[in-house]
Design a protein around this ligand. Structure first.
Ligand code: SF4
Ligand code: SF4
Length: 217
């Protein structure tokens, strides 16, 4: 009988060959996300072997409304912005553009469109890592406080490896320098809060692109 693939065996590096040629930073980000996704899926596999059941499923998005302190790094912001502006098509694009234009700090994440993440392939590492076991979160529930034991531990080793790959974006190319920055955790000074960012500029960028392309569907 054919054995079902484990979660980690299904993880693939996202690939946008033409865009990666145009934007040198994109390959770094995709490589970093691949490392983190691998780490997450291995952690989920390992928990499943212990009999724990992942609660997250496609269409479940209460966490995106509940959390208002999502960390995002500048390279991740570049990825989210690029994806929204240049890749996102269909009716969700207009909705996202409107949400970004009127977004205020305490609102639900502006990238949540009709119950799904509009920039899912490029969502930040913090979102990628937030996984829950047992039962799905209730509306408004933050399981980090209500049942910490059900929240997956961050995959620090993989996040560090991902940062090692991504640091050239920040002008840090040399291996020893990269190792030092990771060991000291200095790169965390770069972090921003998704809800504190000015996403209006992204809405304007999307609008400028849309005016050039009469049909975005
Ligand atoms: S973290 Fe909670 S709300 Fe988010 S997808 Fe998982 S179960 Fe659903
Ligand atoms: S970026 Fe996407 S996954 Fe992260 S909180 Fe926003 S909608 Fe949810």
């Amino acid at each position: 009988m054919k054995k079902n693939k484990s979660v980690s065996e299904k993880v693939k590096r996202l690939s946008f060959p033409e865009d990666e040629k145009k934007h040198s930073w994109l390959g770094l980000l995709l490589e970093g996300y691949y490392i983190v996704d691998k780490g997450i899926s291995r952690a989920i596999d390992s928990e499943q072997k212990k009999g724990r059941k992942p609660a997250c499923f496609k269409g479940c998005s209460h966490c995106c409304s509940t959390h208002k302190d999502i960390p995002i790094y500048p390279l991740e912001m570049a990825g989210v912005s690029w994806y929204a502006a240049e890749k996102l098509k269909g009716p969700g694009r207009e909705t996202l553009k409107n949400q970004l234009a009127i977004f205020r700090k305490n609102d639900t994440c502006p990238f949540l469109v009709e119950g799904a993440c509009a920039v899912h392939p490029m969502r930040p590492m913090a979102c990628r890592q937030f996984n829950v076991f047992g039962s799905p979160c209730g509306e408004g529930e933050d399981p980090y406080y209500s049942r910490r034991e059900d929240v997956m531990e961050p995959v620090k080793k993989h996040v560090d490896q991902a940062f090692f790959v991504m640091l050239p974006f920040y002008g840090v190319d040399r291996g020893p320098e990269r190792i030092k920055i990771i060991e000291t955790g200095d790169f965390h000074r770069l972090v921003k809060e998704l809800h504190a960012c000015n996403w209006k500029e992204l809405a304007e960028r999307m609008e400028r692109l849309d005016r050039k392309k009469p049909d975005t569907c």
